[in-house]
Design a binder for this molecule. Structure first.
Ligand code: PEP
Ligand code: MN
Length: 291
């Protein structure tokens, strides 16, 4: 790696690729993140009902997702918005995991909740709004769970790497970096997908990089295109919001794909994954589903 990046990111040393620091491959159940395969995490923004979650989980599994997302603790920008089902939502996630075999990624918003959420989650999500919540980063690190660290909406790549370093420094090397769009001057989309950051992170960092096209775009008709950009930029996986009835969703309905749109996304991405040199299980999943 060039000296320039070594210097620029000198305070995130354990995040950087080096002769003694090859790429990190994380193991979650039987899934490898950061290896040859492009990994898909999909599911609703919020866990709402048992049925909503199970229907979504089964469908995204059949379409090739390996990990189910769903928020039980939601960090909402408005105090009047739905804040999540809490432990009831975690129990629904556990049920969906049992029913489908999918691994679970779910957000933790407070350090006090880390032990509880870590009991249910295969991967702990630290959301954008908490990327610089150092007490939470430390508590999450101590859980020893793999962590999906989302880039803050006004965080630079250096800020993201420093937060990742904070987790690594507390003894947990199992970190994934997530590009989910940043605040810019553009208001037509919800955020601005920083595809360049994915390219840069893949060049400088040993940590897997995940793209979140849903929160970057904000509108479901853009999600597929943003996902394609993420694959082309070199992302190791994606996290996508999917809902059986997006218009009825309790959060982020506007950017949630329908079940059919998610099927289409997975099929559409296949040649792009191949071009990017990625294996995917989509084809196998489609065959299994008889389509
Ligand atoms: C989410 O994943 O639903 C979420 C709140 O994401 P972000 O932290 O990127 O806004
Ligand atoms: Mn969301």
């Amino acid at each position: 790696m060039r000296d320039r990046w070594q210097q620029q990111f000198a305070d995130a040393p354990d995040c950087l690729i080096g002769p003694k620091r090859p790429r990190t491959v994380l193991h979650v159940l039987d899934i490898e993140i950061g290896g040859d395969e492009f990994v898909t995490m999909a599911g609703p923004c919020s866990v709402e009902t048992e049925r909503q979650l199970l229907v979504t989980a089964e469908r995204v599994r059949q379409a090739g997702a390996q990990i189910l997302r769903g928020g039980a603790f939601k960090p909402r920008s408005s105090p009047y918005s739905f804040q999540g089902l809490g432990i009831e939502g975690l129990r629904m996630l556990a049920h969906a995991r049992e029913a489908t075999g999918l691994a679970i990624v779910t957000e933790v918003v407070s350090e006090a909740d880390v032990p509880l959420v870590a009991e249910y989650a295969d991967i702990l999500q630290i959301g954008s709004r908490n990327m610089e919540n150092y007490a939470l980063l430390e508590a999450a690190a101590q859980s020893r769970r793999p962590i999906l660290l989302k880039r803050g909406m006004v965080a630079t790549v250096g800020d993201l790497l420093r937060s990742a370093q904070c987790i690594l420094s507390h003894g947990n090397p199992k970190v994934m970096l997530c590009e989910r769009g940043i605040r810019g001057f553009e208001t037509a989309t919800r955020n601005t997908l920083d595809a360049g950051a994915i390219v840069l992170l893949k060049q400088v960092s040993c940590l897997p990089v995940i793209v979140d096209p849903s929160h970057a775009a904000g509108y479901r008709d853009l999600v597929s295109g943003y996902a394609r950009v993420g694959v082309a930029a070199g992302a190791d996986g994606m996290i996508v919001e999917v809902h059986p009835e997006p218009e009825q969703a309790w959060s982020d309905g506007g950017q949630s794909l329908t079940l059919e749109q998610f099927d289409a996304l997975m099929t559409d991405l296949e040649p792009w994954m191949a071009l990017a040199g990625r294996r995917s299980y989509v084809r196998a999943a489609l065959v299994e589903a008889g389509r």
